[in-house]
Design a protein around this ligand. Structure first.
Ligand code: IVH
Length: 660
């Protein structure tokens, strides 16, 4: 007997959900990523061929739906208040004394949990399905981020419980995802995030769920409600129930019999926090019994039965020995404070970024001052303030010439950064070479900082293209270079000649063109020459390419030096074209649709799947590029806009007719 599509889809979904839970919640995968991908692809395939079988709780729906124009505000079932803080052991003991007094000497226990440094979010479930996610907002009203939350793999889209309930918890980004994100942003010339919390907040509130998906957020549940009320008699039980229902609950939780035990837990995690894969900023302690919580009650701002024990900021005072500037790949000069070495939270710090001249002025910082520095979740320590002015202190002056090449330094009106404008500046060249050789770009293993320094300092490499003319003899003259490693590097350079077009485009170092944009440009235009000669309008026909990126591309190719680089790389045999993959023609090829209102029979996802299966695109908002607006009942502003712009409007019957 052959299986029906429905049966096969059900089985695949069940299988994928089990593996998601094993991987994202329990951290105990049973299959490889590749095997998981095969199952996912099979399911996606079946759903594309059977669009009416697509449901919102399918594992395929985590990749991110359509972009939105804004967020809808939602009132919370019960206020999402914050907690009072205890900043040290004394304040924790004060809190404990108040609890004991209010409970009249009755025995009680605390649940101690890690205070994860992210942002809180409520998730609503009913009928066994994830329905809605809402940010904390001002505590009374938050924003609906359902589509974005759907992309968080550790948030179950289904649970065994059919009764409606609400989970509250923390959306976080692990240090690993954070570091990867910042590395990607660096290679795309985008500003880096200061800490995982900011990155997570940006991702959760992104208008495009695909962006949220790419940031790999995580969700830890710490609170359970039903209709704004408790469901179990103790908090500990709630946490266990959540864990059994498929949620990720931090296993580092502890039931404490006394305040001493609680303080031990706090002290332990303050010592060991750097070993965790995510940032924490303290410990949350909650009275375990719900009956006792109710007796303790709430103040206007926070519950009396819970407290956040905050870790001491990792701060230290030290002397600013000097301020030097670093020159980046785009020529930006960044002032960096060189500090007398000091240990902060177990790490020796010798440098702190000062960002730019405005920041130095804001701090009132001079060389020779003693400053307070702080490591929070941030990557690079920051200077909080000047604590003492040094005798014989001297101001920092931004050099008017580049400290590396002596070229002119310019600060353009409205820009915070001063830049070296010499495109041949060795500092810029070194950064460009390092970017070019990166694993995700041309992947030239062995071409690291030490080698790049020597190649540039000895004048062997004056442009990225010179890499392809290097000889074995030249490499052998370098320090610490044996014939075996020299040959390996030449082999790796040779192999890079066959890297596909998107990587070559990324390697050119066009501002704002990183991995993703390079891929889109390659797929749209098929070759460097087409891109180089395209006008601004033409460039913007590519997905995600707006005026800023288009301008940057055009400006890059207008510069004779860059055109020369392109010619030399072409002569070296790099890949400057690729075949444009033409999808089999569907009736909607090249057409863009916008959906609005409720259609009589199709859900939005079904309509979208049908349009896409026919080769069409579904966009989130109406513009002159829109070919058709499909309008159902209660269509709103999008329909008005379509009429104003003269865009053709279809109803569902007309859409189905066109689909054939
Ligand atoms: S309990 C009434 N538990 O810290 C219950 N909060 O100032 C309130 N947080 O806004 C929250 N980890 O964003 C709780 N295990 C945890 C937490 C936690 C992090 C955050 C949360 C809240 C803030 C409290």
């Amino acid at each position: 007997m052959t299986k029906t599509a429905q049966q096969e889809i059900d089985e695949l979904r069940q299988e994928l959900r089990r593996h998601e839970h094993l991987y994202y919640v329990l951290d105990q995968p049973e299959i490889t990523d590749a095997e998981y991908d095969v199952l996912m692809r099979r399911l996606r395939d079946l759903e594309t061929r059977n669009p009416d079988l697509l449901t919102p709780d399918s594992p395929t729906q985590r990749v991110g739906g359509k972009p939105r124009e804004g967020f809808v505000k939602v009132a919370h079932s019960a206020p999402m208040l914050s907690l009072d803080n205890a900043l040290n052991e004394g304040e924790l003991r004060d809190f404990d004394r108040r609890v004991r007094e209010l409970l009249g000497g009755e025995p009680f226990r605390y649940v101690a949990e890690l205070k994860m440094d992210g942002l809180s979010m409520a998730a609503h479930y009913a009928g066994g399905l994830f329905r809605q996610a809402v940010t904390r907002g001002d505590g009374a009203v938050g924003e609906d981020v359902t589509e974005n939350a759907r992309t968080i793999r550790s948030l179950p889209l289904r649970t065994p419980e059919a009764e409606p309930f609400e989970v509250r918890g923390e959306v976080i980004m692990t240090r690993r995802s954070f570091e990867k994100l910042n590395a990607d942003r660096e290679s795309e010339n985008l500003p880096k995030f200061a800490n995982p919390r900011n990155a997570a907040a940006g991702a959760l509130r992104a208008l495009d769920p695909a962006m949220t998906a790419s940031r790999q957020l995580d969700y830890y549940a710490y609170f359970l409600l039903r209709g704004g009320e408790y469901r179990f008699d103790s908090h500990w039980e709630s946490l266990d129930w959540l864990a059994h229902s498929g949620f990720k609950v931090n296993p580092k939780r502890h039931l404490c019999e006394s305040v001493d035990e609680l303080w031990d837990f706090c002290a332990k995690w303050e010592r060991e926090r750097d070993g965790l894969p995510y940032e924490i900023d303290g410990v949350v302690a909650k009275v375990d019994s719900v009956a006792q919580q109710k007796r303790l009650g709430w103040t206007a701002k926070a519950p009396r039965w819970a407290i956040a024990v905050k870790f001491a900021a990792r701060q230290a005072e030290t002397l600013v020995d000097n301020v030097e500037v670093q020159v980046g790949r785009t020529g930006a000069l960044t002032p960096v404070a060189h500090l007398a070495p000091v240990v902060v939270g177990g790490v020796t710090v010798t440098r702190a970024t000062l960002h730019n001249e405005d920041e130095i002025e804001r701090l009132g910082l001079h060389i020779g001052d003693t400053v307070l520095i702080e490591r929070s979740g941030d990557v690079i320590p920051k200077v909080v303030r000047v604590v003492r002015q040094g005798a014989g202190r001297r101001p920092f002056v931004m050099p008017s010439t580049c400290p590396v090449c002596g070229g002119e330094v310019v600060r353009e009106a409205g820009e915070a950064a001063s830049r070296c404008i010499n495109t041949n500046c060795p500092a810029r060249l070194k950064e460009s070479l390092l970017h070019f050789s990166m694993r995700s770009v041309m992947d030239i293993d062995g071409l690291g900082e030490a080698l790049v320094d020597q190649l540039v300092d000895r004048g062997l490499v004056k442009s990225v293209a010179d890499l392809y003319g290097l000889t074995l003899e030249q490499l052998l003259e370098l320090e610490r270079m044996g014939s075996k490693s020299a040959q390996k590097i030449l082999d790796n350079i040779q192999a890079s000649r066959s890297r596909p077009l998107p990587r070559v485009l990324n390697g050119l170092g066009i501002p704002f063109v990183g991995e993703r944009t390079a891929q889109i440009l390659a797929d749209t235009f098929g070759g460097v020459d087409v891109i180089a000669s395209a006008g601004l309008d033409q460039l913007q026909k590519a997905d995600e390419v707006g005026p800023k990126v288009a301008h940057s591309i055009a400006q890059f190719f207008a510069e004779p030096r860059n055109r020369e680089l392109v010619e030399r790389l072409r002569e070296a045999g790099l890949q400057f074209t690729q075949e444009i993959v033409v999808k089999p023609a569907g009736p909607f090829d090249g057409l863009t649709f916008v959906l609005t209102g409720t259609l009589p029979t199709l859900t939005r996802d079904q309509a979208k799947a049908r349009i896409e299966a026919a080769g069409g695109k579904v966009a989130g908002s109406v513009s002159r590029k829109t070919d058709f607006v499909v309008a159902g009942e209660d269509a709103g502003s999008k329909l008005d806009k379509a009429r104003a712009l003269g865009v053709a409007v279809l109803d569902e019957a007309q859409l189905l007719e066109k689909l054939g």
